[in-house]
Design a protein. Structure first.
Length: 121
């Protein structure tokens, strides 16, 4: 008897306890604005990002400014387990000539085509 179904179920349960997929919650604003103004615009007027069949956010080719934003509300618990005192990491991957990651208006990470992922604390 194979333990593969049990193992797959166990992995799925562990993933549900440690990961939350937020890919569908990103908002997009494609006009270049100062950092101080972008938060108001993106959440009030931004459009929802479209995902391809691999759940990647896609947009038309060419050099352009794209702002992506998302507001995170951290729950008290995840699947009944308390989160107090634990670490939250946002895992991002991009394919862009230049990317700047801001958290609460503060620059926390920069990257390009060769430095294209981050796990932000």
């Amino acid at each position: 008897m194979s333990s593969l179904p049990f193992l797959s179920d166990s992995i799925a349960k562990l993933r549900a306890l440690t990961q939350v997929n937020v890919q569908t919650n990103w908002k997009l604003w494609s006009e270049d604005l100062p950092l101080e103004e972008i938060s108001n615009h993106i959440f009030a007027n931004g459009s929802s990002c479209k995902l391809n069949d691999k759940d990647y956010i896609i947009w038309s080719a060419g050099r352009q400014v794209m702002w992506f934003g998302q507001q995170f509300i951290i729950p008290q618990d995840l699947q009944g387990y308390p989160l107090a005192g634990l670490t939250l990491r946002l895992a991002l991957t991009w394919w862009a000539e230049d990317a700047k990651i801001f958290v609460n208006g503060e620059l926390v990470q920069e990257g390009d085509l060769f430095d294209s992922s981050a796990r932000i604390l």
